[in-house]
Design a protein around this ligand. Sequence first.
Ligand code: IVH
Length: 673
Amino acid sequence: MTKPSSSQHASELKRLLNEYNYQYYVLDQPTMPDAEYDRLFRELVELENAHPELQTPDSPTQRVGGHAIKEFPAIKHQVPMLSLENCFNDEELMAFDKRVRERLSNVSQVEYVCEPKLDGLALSLRYENGILVQAATRGDGETGEGITENIRTIPTVALQLRGDNIPRVLEVRGEVYMPREKFTALNERLESEGKKLFVNPRNAAAGSVRQLDPKITAQRPLAIFCYGLGAVEGWEIPATHYAMLQQLKVWGLRVCPLIKVVGNIQGCQQYYADIGAQRPTLPYEIDGVVYKVNQLTWQKQLGFVSRAPRWAIAHKFPAQEAMTILEAVDFQVGRTGSLTPVARLKPVFVGGAKVSNATLHNMDEIKRKDLCIGDFVIVRRAGDVIPEVVNSILDKRPVQTQEIMLPAHCPVCGSDVIHPEDVAAARCSGGLFCPAQRKEAIKHFAARKAMDIEGLGDKLVEQLVDTGLVRTVADLYHLTLEQLANLERMAEKSAENLLHALEQSKNTTLPRFLFALGIREVGQSTALNLANYFGDIAALRQASIEQLLQVQDVGPIAAMSITAFFQQAHNNEVIDALVKAGIHWPTITPLSEQTLPLAGQTIVLTGTLEQLSREIATEKLQALGARVSGSVSAKTSVVVAGRDAGSKLSKAQELGVAVHDEAWLLRLLTRDL
Ligand code: IVH
């Protein structure tokens, strides 16, 4: 049994941490030093580990994301989630105000609450006795999906309400969104991992909350603003919408600070203009503003038409879409070598700005949107995000269009382009040589975990490349004191130090050197495995995909990326130049020649094995140092023939290669021969 003191202590820790979270994320006014937060957090984690029954859903430790689930449960909304009527101009807006006033016995002025219309996705949060018990998407308005575990991971979502007079049931409606900057950073991360990018912040938010594994959602920078209510029990709702929002804030729910009360519809027009002007600099995307009648008695009186309230309207910003012609597609090479297709468009005005280029993200997107050169396409500009092509208009497709093809060679350096299946991004394989990748390649080469060239920081790399002193990493080793000392902001002493560091870096290790080459998919540990397996760079350069697959942790994508890298003459020239400049490392005895019992043996498995699967047999043989091959040749050491062995067995007999049965294999694997 848990001692009452532990449980009290846990509650106190949860309360303190949730309070801090509220001050940090909701009020944007941190009051507790981060170190103190971390200390309390760790204390709570330890306490919960020791007493798992104290780990309640409202504990801040639960924000990291719990277990993955198979599907989202359907949640019926106790109060339906409605949508809003839209208006696009002053005339429609005035008509709305007139309808409202007429239905309210011709009052002369109506007070409205003005709110930004956030471009995210609607969410319903249910608190019972102040604890978040459920979060659901809007769905069709009647029934949504339960995404509670995912929503718990969002730092601006209160896990427990704070303060007094907490209602028995409080359903809060709001919008989940991804801040614009965070969206850009997320896409950059996804790009560098070769993953599919999100088209805009709204899609990113929607995709993130619908992850079956909450741990993934936990890593996505989501936030929420609350703007309304659903079911409520045990609370006398205040007289106005605005007062209601103020109370939500007191309970720790995040409400958009740009919300304002205005005295009449002219105030709404002014608000629309003000927010429109702020729109490009807001940290999140909005697609309009929303006006809501402030008096709740009046809201009740006005009621609903079909699926929308009569007491509210969305005033949308002008559609930022236009139609034009896709004239060509170019491929831009990013600093990490990824190839991004860029649409060249017949210039068109979209939301007041001329657009002649738009991103197409990647080849999958082109396929998904069914685009061809010559097509009529819809272009969209959202905020100050790069314009994008939304889709082609198939009805208008001209007879002669041209398919969009991924180039076989990098448009910048001519190296082969590789595009493994299942990976969104296509890449240039000329990592060491490609001018588009130059700066990143040199920064990576110099890094501490790579060649460890002290004093060669990012700024200096930029300077060296911009002044034309360094084109590839090999040029680093030919820099002179004079060249360096002539650089801006470079003292002679620093120049000397850098030359010294370069000299020292020549004495390196093979794993470091391999890592420094910046081959995609070759991180530190793969570099180490490759070095141990091959012993020297010459053997690695000639390695086939099949051989590479024998190396620990090297899968098909890495193997392909390694062979592609070494197939580029340019990369090899840079490596040769580096070795010539004096880079050296102690030799390693390759694993394949070490004392593993089956080192140097090539074994072929054929026919059906009864006792163990071919995959397992292969793994076990490889672990003992053997190479397992799919075809029989004079170099084959042994053929293991299972039941119904066919052509490979005959070939072995023809070539005089030793043939054994499965029983022999089992004895070999148990070392009982
Ligand atoms: S009020 C009955 N307020 O717009 C009231 N909605 O077109 C219904 N939205 O599904 C919603 N910001 O996802 C409201 N300040 C705001 C909003 C907002 C964004 C979204 C929401 C809703 C859609 C309706």
